[in-house]
Design a protein. Structure first.
Length: 261
């Protein structure tokens, strides 16, 4: 049988925790230990002899002590791991409700909050960071760039003299020859692409007037109807003297005017 060594004076001199006032923060079950949420550290603790069992809480302001060679095999104390006694330890707990009544009131509280909708919070996604310069894909090598790289290497390498090459110089020379052999084929492909693109642009320019004419033909009747309706509304407003005169100013002449001699 567990024996609690606490004396009556060890009970914390703080207001007791009443079970009927904290239904969802206490568990009262027949034949099991009663647990309660400590209001100071917000952790579940066992209730023994009408009080919260003593427990510790990690204090971020306490710097843990480094383990020394002589501490091997010893259990670290609270000060060593940055832990201190929680002020909610030994706080009295008053059980003023039976397990059945506690369960019934807890169920009623859950039923009353069943239809409550929890607000949804939409977190804006953070934009991904741009890749570093070293992570970017380099531009495709050409025969000219490979030749410049090869010549720069030969100018700086002491082993690349005459027809002799080092391992890197031999690799750079092979890359230059490979790209040089592929250069005519790439030029033909580039010229073919430019020719096809130019042909498609010419075809689009030829089709543009016809397409614009077809678009205007589709809306021609609607535009004429809108113009007629606008003129009728303006004439009716003019007859009822609802418009100011500048709106019906003389029209701009469509014929060329010549000054009198």
């Amino acid at each position: 049988m567990f024996r609690d060594r606490r004396s009556p004076s060890a009970i914390a001199a703080r207001p007791p925790l009443v079970a009927s006032e904290m239904l969802n923060q206490i568990t009262i079950t027949e034949g099991e230990l009663t647990t309660v949420v400590c209001p100071d550290c917000h952790t579940w603790r066992v209730v023994r002899k009408g009080a919260v069992t003593p427990h510790g809480v990690v204090d971020r302001t306490i710097r843990p002590r480094k383990r020394q060679p002589e501490d091997v095999g010893k259990k670290p104390c609270r000060a060593d791991v940055g832990e201190k006694r929680c002020p909610g330890s030994n706080r009295p707990v008053v059980i003023d409700i039976s397990p059945d009544a506690w369960y019934q009131r807890l169920s009623e509280g859950l039923e009353s909050t069943r239809g409550v909708t929890v607000p949804k919070f939409h977190v804006r996604p953070k934009p991904s960071a741009a890749p570093a310069i070293t992570q970017l894909d380099p531009a495709p090598a050409t025969a000219n760039s490979a030749r410049r790289t090869y010549e720069t290497h030969r100018a700086r390498c002491a082993a690349c003299v005459g027809k002799k090459h080092c391992r890197d110089g031999e690799r750079l020379g092979a890359d230059y020859l490979r790209l040089l052999r592929r250069e005519p084929e790439q030029r033909r492909n580039r010229a073919l692409y430019e020719e096809v693109h130019a042909a498609s642009e010419r075809a689009r320019k030829r089709q543009l007037p016809n397409r614009r004419a077809a678009e205007w033909h589709r809306v021609d009747e609607a535009v004429k109807g809108a113009d007629i309706q606008r003129v009728e509304v303006l004439n009716a407003a003019k007859e009822n003297e609802e418009l100011v005169e500048p709106i019906f100013a003389p029209v701009v002449p469509s014929t060329t005017l010549h000054p009198a001699v």
